[in-house]
Design a protein around this ligand. Structure first.
Ligand code: 13P
Length: 338
């Protein structure tokens, strides 16, 4: 057993804490900035990510942050490396290592994530900049016929190869299979796809000898498609998600940190809370949200230095409410207080 991997898992999996995903790729951060009328320049990205990492006391609710490669070499206004700034807050720096998704050849509608070539060498460099864990995201489009068997197997294989390469370098892998919320599919269809995806992912992890004790799972919740007429209440999302997870995720996995995947900030919090009210589970159930943590803060910021404190307060609030949800102690009334 690697003591380095265990120490990182222990630092990430803590009661009342979750992970902040701040690893938007170039095109994705440009889209988020456009929504608030901010141009995606290197300086604006640096300003935004410095601001969120410097939020006072963020480490009280956040145990780890997933950074984008560019951020690892950027510095705060005071000249401190941003990964170091996170570490000083008690937040473990991590790094997104996949190179994004492309269409899966000869499989219309399916996608595959790339980035395995040279990964071991890249990890070496990331570690030198302070990264102790990594993330790789696979995406699955849902319809009556998608994802195909080929897509489920190819993405599972890539996730497992990535996780094995990380563990060989003493970097904790976050394994992220995201069943997309886009579309008008039912809750039952999402459950069926998520179960098939997770079964295949854990088979592949076993084949590649990945130590389940030294990884984290970052799944999507089981929800109806965004365009489906009937949306689901938190109790239903929680029950269906837990049913699928209990069937597919071995108890050896220490933590499951959900992505928000296009849920509103309040929905993502309420759904996590509902799961943590359903009794003891084999794994620590928490969050690894991007939009559901950052959106309200970005709205408050608007690219203006004068709004930095308000933006940090907004981030703090979502972090605090999600920390409460990770213990089943959130209530909707907390939304209206500061
Ligand atoms: P969202 O919570 O915005 O889905 O982002 C999480 C993430 O890391 C996606 O890869």
């Amino acid at each position: 057993m690697s003591t380095e991997l265990q120490a990182t898992v222990d630092a990430l999996v803590q009661k009342g804490k979750g992970i902040l995903a701040a690893d938007e790729s170039g095109p994705t951060i440009a889209k988020r900035f456009k929504a608030i009328g901010v141009e995606s320049t290197e300086e604006n990205r640096r300003a935004w990510r410095s601001l969120i990492l410097a939020a006072p006391g963020l480490g009280q609710y956040i145990s780890g942050v997933i950074l984008y490669e560019e951020t690892l070499t950027q510095r705060s206004g005071e000249g401190e490396a941003l990964a170091q700034l996170a570490a000083r807050q008690g937040i473990v720096p991590g790094i997104k290592v996949d190179a994004g998704k492309i269409p899966l050849a000869l499989a219309p509608g399916d996608e595959i994530t790339q980035g395995l070539d040279g990964l071991a060498q890249r990890l070496d460099g990331y570690k030198q900049h302070g990264a102790r864990f990594a993330k790789w995201r696979a995406v699955y489009n849902v319809s009556d016929v998608l994802p195909s068997r080929a897509a489920i197997e190819a993405n599972a294989e890539a996730l497992a190869r990535y996780a094995a390469i990380c563990q060989a370098q003493d970097v904790v892998p976050i394994v992220e299979p995201e069943v997309l919320i886009d579309g008008d599919h039912t809750l039952a269809r999402c459950a069926e796809v998520t179960q098939a995806v997770l079964l295949e992912v854990f088979h592949a992890l076993y084949r590649h000898r990945v130590a389940l004790e030294h990884m984290l799972l970052k799944p999507s919740m089981v929800v109806p498609g965004k365009a489906h007429a009937q949306q689901a209440a938190p109790d239903e999302v929680a029950a269906e998600t837990l049913r699928v997870l209990r069937r597919t995720v071995p108890a050896a996995v220490p933590g499951i940190n959900f992505l928000s995947g296009g849920q509103s900030p309040a929905e993502a919090t309420a759904n996590l809370d509902a799961m943590n009210r359903m009794g003891a589970q084999p794994w620590h159930l928490s969050f690894s949200y991007g939009r559901a943590l950052q959106d309200t803060a970005m709205q408050a910021w608007q690219g203006q230095p004068a709004n930095e404190r308000r933006a940090q307060d907004a981030l703090q609030k979502r972090a605090r409410l999600n920390a409460a949800a990770s213990m089943g102690k959130y209530s909707a009334s907390m939304e209206s207080t500061d």
